[in-house]
Design a protein around this ligand. Sequence first.
Ligand code: ADP
Ligand code: MG
Length: 261
Amino acid sequence: MSETTTTPRQTVKTVLEVRNLHKTYGNQEVLKGVDFTVGSGEVKVVLGRSGSGKSTMLRLMALLEPLDAGEVIFKGKRIGVDANNRPVRERALARQRSEIGMVFQRFNLFSHLTVMQNVTLAQRLTRKAGAAEAKARAAEMLDRVGLGSHLHHFPSELSGGQQQRVAIARALVLNPSVMLFDEPTSALDPELVNDVLAVMEQLAADGMTMVVVTHEMSFARRVGTDVALFDQGVLVEQAPPEEFFTNPQQERTRNFLRHIH
Ligand SMILES: Nc1ncnc2c1ncn2[C@@H]1O[C@H](COP(=O)(O)OP(=O)(O)O)[C@@H](O)[C@H]1O
Ligand SMILES: [Mg+2]
């Protein structure tokens, strides 16, 4: 039952889902019971003010942090915990995480490694790929993000936009079933934003399942299959872009949209 969601257009297989997600830091309840589903090939764009809990949701979905309550379900199976509801061991956790690609606002490339070395490293750590295989795959993914001619550059020789595209390639080499993007263009100079968005748009066109936290409204409209608003730890509203932007149902959504226009 939980594996499919029915939309008017088609039946989409669920790739990643969170149910009743709760997270508290100190005495601040940051996520207050979030339900969120991403179907195969969907691009879910998440909007919301700073501090509303967007990054926390992504980190919990990617198993980068333990959750207080709720479930993360990947391809129909609960992940992060075993059959007895105990946290899985580090090794199993690493395997589960590697199926979920994540791209952050800050790219965090290793400055002493070349582009190629940055992208091959993760594969060799998590998948034990052979050197030749890892290199071939890295070259293919770097080509895909438009950096096929920069394999032997160091991060400091690249623009922020190029570095972010390396970070995207680094996630893609692990062959994730879903990619989570947390404000991937927020740290970039304005003239570099579009190159990164273009790579993401191409990924979406190629059928990648994606969750994108962003403030780029034109991207949300153009590429999102759905747009969701987060506010104070809850998912306020979610709808296809046309509906979300032109006919929002919730006062909080209308209020948010007024402030960005
Ligand atoms: N590791 C943490 N420790 C303590 N508080 C945190 C931590 N991470 C996030 N928070 C707090 O949780 C709230 C939501 O943060 P975040 O998920 O980063 O929101 P957003 O991504 O929407 O800006 C903020 O008030 C933030 O200060
Ligand atoms: Mg954030």
